[in-house]
Design a protein around this ligand. Sequence first.
Ligand SMILES: *[C@@H]1O[C@H](CO)[C@@H](O)[C@H](O)[C@H]1NC(C)=O
Ligand SMILES: *[C@@H]1O[C@H](CO)[C@@H](O)[C@H](O)[C@H]1NC(C)=O
Ligand SMILES: *[C@@H]1O[C@H](CO)[C@@H](O)[C@H](O)[C@H]1NC(C)=O
Ligand SMILES: *[C@@H]1O[C@H](CO)[C@@H](O)[C@H](O)[C@H]1NC(C)=O
Ligand SMILES: *[C@@H]1O[C@H](CO)[C@@H](O)[C@H](O)[C@H]1NC(C)=O
Ligand SMILES: *[C@@H]1O[C@H](CO)[C@@H](O)[C@H](O)[C@H]1NC(C)=O
Length: 498
Amino acid sequence: MERDSLSLCGRSGLLALLLMSATAVVVVSFTSPLPPPLPIMPLPSYRQLRFQRQEQIMFFHFGVNTFTGKEQGDGTEDPSIFNPEGLDARQWVREAKNAGFKVVILTAKHADGFCLWPSAYTNYSVKSSPWKNGTGDVVREVSDAAREEGLEFGLYMSPWDRHEPTYGDTLLYNDYYLGQLRELLTMYGPISQFFVDGNKDPSSKDMYYLFDAWFALIHQMQPNANIFSDDGPDVRWVGNEAGEAGTTSWSMMNRSMVTIGGPFEEYLNEGDPNGSDWVPPECDVSIRPGWFWKESQQPKTVNKLLDIYYKSVGRNCVMLLNAPPNQTGLLHGTDVANLRDFRSVIDRIFATNLASKARVSASSTRGGDISSFRPDQVLNDDLEAYWASEEGLTTPFLTLDLGSNKTFNVVKLQEAVHLGQRVQLYHVDVMQDGRWKTVSVGTTIGYKKLDRFEKVHSQLVRIYIDGARGTPLISAVGLYLDTWSALSLAAESTQVSE
Ligand SMILES: *[C@@H]1O[C@H](CO)[C@@H](O)[C@H](O)[C@H]1NC(C)=O
Ligand SMILES: *[C@@H]1O[C@H](CO)[C@@H](O)[C@H](O)[C@H]1NC(C)=O
Ligand SMILES: *[C@@H]1O[C@H](CO)[C@@H](O)[C@H](O)[C@H]1NC(C)=O
Ligand SMILES: *[C@@H]1O[C@H](CO)[C@@H](O)[C@H](O)[C@H]1NC(C)=O
Ligand SMILES: *[C@@H]1O[C@H](CO)[C@@H](O)[C@H](O)[C@H]1NC(C)=O
Ligand SMILES: *[C@@H]1O[C@H](CO)[C@@H](O)[C@H](O)[C@H]1NC(C)=O
């Protein structure tokens, strides 16, 4: 009835409206479209949305540790060991870009205190090294290279400084840290992310970091910079260094939970459906066992990198992959080869969305068939266009008719997170020999969810939302065939059933 009335309105306009017993809904649809549903708080800021859409960020750990083979120097390293004679930051950035990374973050200063830029406040820096006779600046070279390649640039600066004599005196050291921060925030152009950890000298009982002042200065001088620390404010730690977000992964948390203390890794890993702060997770992990380059170590295989991709990007997290340059000042050949293969495998898996030409229908649509919340909105590239069910319905479903049998083993789901993260339970069914068969059950979706399952051959797919914090808003659905992890998945399931 509603559909007939609407098409009448479309054809004969006002006359048809006058002739029929129009309901209020029909008149509203005819005169003006339904506005978007209410957001559910908290919401991401513009810079946080941009961060989540970046998906892959590359970390470069580089410094005196590159030359000593240590993971953490003690601040007594002689600057004369720092001499990366073949340093080519363009090679680092180009390989990051080739591998699909959108931002590069450099360790401007690690806990040893050695500065990769010529800070005015210390001589413990590139100034005192033989590299370019003390005239070099690694921060400059990497930031310039990033800008030239069209990537964004970010920085890490360790709070713990094991060389600096003022460390241990809260007032003097915070002056020092803020002075260096100001240099980094003003000399190198736009900063996309500032990464801070909580690393502290356990024996310096009176040393306090004035994080609030640091973070306020960063936001004041670089309003587009996301600040990462364990608990944000903009981006949170995922709770491990394995690159794995929880299978449940909310962008929300209560920042107050972390300052209370106690074990919070699990809390950070999963987030909090009731959290009042939007602080999406970032999955930091190194391509090698250590964060700094070591001759004796080997980079992770393509299969392992792909697995990390599914467990980070595929779980509402950003993948922050560290690739440490070597003593020459280049990404090593084996790391480069694995990064390139990683990219080509991802490209091959996700190049073809087997659902792209599907006919999509839904159990319920906000505003009916002519609305801008139609189910087919899940197939365009616009992440701010989405399918919405009628207000208040939290268990609608979406049906995709692929036109013919297709073979796939990965489903991609994305929520319109600019209006809040909502879905807390869903499952995916496929039609097999006349019966629906469940291939995947999940909790959260968030910005992006990728589920792998055993290969199926089917024409009809249904996505059931089984629980949500409000009306679910789905912005994208994809079906893919992954023949790379399929092998390892098959091996896993054989082990399970034995
Ligand atoms: C750095 O070295 C120069 C030359 O020896 C000296 O004049 C200056 O005071 C030193 N600066 C710091 C911050 O130690
Ligand atoms: C460093 O200085 C020496 C002596 O002044 C000069 O011979 C050499 O070419 C310089 N090296 C670089 C990399 O600038
Ligand atoms: C969130 O709040 C609801 C309602 O108060 C509660 O039932 C649920 O256990 C909470 N979830 C978490 C993870 O704290
Ligand atoms: C987070 O804060 C909200 C609002 O104050 C509260 O309802 C919720 O229970 C908190 N979450 C946890 C895990 O304490
Ligand atoms: C660093 O990597 C480059 C590129 O593979 C290689 O040519 C160079 O020998 C490596 N340097 C060291 C010290 O391993
Ligand atoms: C599609 O696949 C199903 C399940 O394997 C099979 O029963 C059906 O005959 C296939 N249909 C066509 C048209 O190939």
